[in-house]
Design a binder for this molecule. Structure first.
Ligand code: ADP
Ligand code: MG
Length: 255
């Protein structure tokens, strides 16, 4: 038996370590940002889109991000999704810093860890719903039969069983967003990032789409970060809300 000893954990508590009482495992939060800052240089002018953003989000959480237009919501989401790189500060995903990844690593992270959906759906008009959902798997090793089977199952789950062979222009806005959600899920991401996903939808369809995200969060423990300028919509489903103002966290509300 190893001699008991004291060790310091990150939280600063000391623990007596013996074989019978090992250090309690500290699982890092799914997302943690430290001093996250993003400055865009436009010629001679610098625009600070994000300034010293610090927050953490546990696995299975539902974080809403709100704030006026231009407050930095999309920039923050794009940094979390590795579509953009912070100018300084760090973003840890399960304790791994993604802010210093190279382009190839960023692409892998986007493909395997972060599913993203957008206000404008961003599904391809020339392809059917099923082909759109299966598309991200084209770049993986998954055989075609399985790619289509996974797309099938996700479209069933999204309530689109009867719409699989339809092209986007034959689908309503809400249906197109469900296709986009299915596509975002096809690689089993660890986190779903949604940028104003209801921005092009009427209020009833908006509630339905947020309901879909909420169900994925509750039933499948999928971690969700959703940007919306409609705070009321977020309050119905999110566990916490960050309100941005001029690139800074103005308020972090725990619901
Ligand atoms: P929001 O999504 O809250 O409307 P954004 O994150 O899109 O805000 O933008 C935050 C600020 O950063 C704005 O002032 C915007 O003009 C600026 N910005 C965003 N993206 C870029 C970019 N690619 N180049 C230059 N400035 C940008
Ligand atoms: Mg935006």
């Amino acid at each position: 038996m190893t001699a008991p000893s004291f060790r310091w954990t990150e939280s600063g508590e000391s623990h007596l370590v013996t074989e019978e009482s090992p250090i309690p495992e500290e699982t890092p939060p799914l997302v943690e940002t430290r001093g996250l800052t993003k400055v865009y240089s436009l010629g001679k002018v610098d625009v600070t889109a994000l300034k010293n953003i610090d927050f953490s989000l546990s696995e299975g959480g539902f974080l809403g991000i709100t704030g006026a237009s231009g407050s930095g919501k999309s920039t923050l989401l794009n940094c979390l999704g590795a579509l953009d790189k912070p100018s300084s500060g760090q973003i840890f995903i399960r304790g791994r810093d993604i802010s210093g990844l190279n382009n190839e690593e960023m692409a892998l992270y986007r493909r395997h860890s972060a599913g993203m959906i957008f206000q404008s759906f961003c599904i391809l008009p020339a392809y059917t719903a099923k082909e759109n959902v299966a598309l991200p798997l084209l770049f993986s090793e998954v055989p075609k039969k399985e790619r289509l089977a996974r797309a099938d199952a996700l479209l069933d789950q999204m309530g689109l069983a009867a719409r699989k062979e339809h092209k986007p222009n034959e689908l309503s806005g809400g249906e197109q967003q469900r296709v986009a959600i299915a596509r975002a899920l096809v690689n089993n991401p660890e986190i779903l990032l949604a940028d104003e996903p209801t921005g092009n939808l009427d209020s009833r369809t908006s509630s339905e789409i947020v309901g879909v995200l909420s169900e994925l969060n509750r039933r499948q423990n999928l971690t969700v970060v959703m940007v919306s300028h409609e705070e009321g919509l977020l309050r119905e489903h999110a566990g916490e809300i960050i309100r941005l103002h001029d690139g800074e966290i103005r308020e972090h509300i725990r619901l």
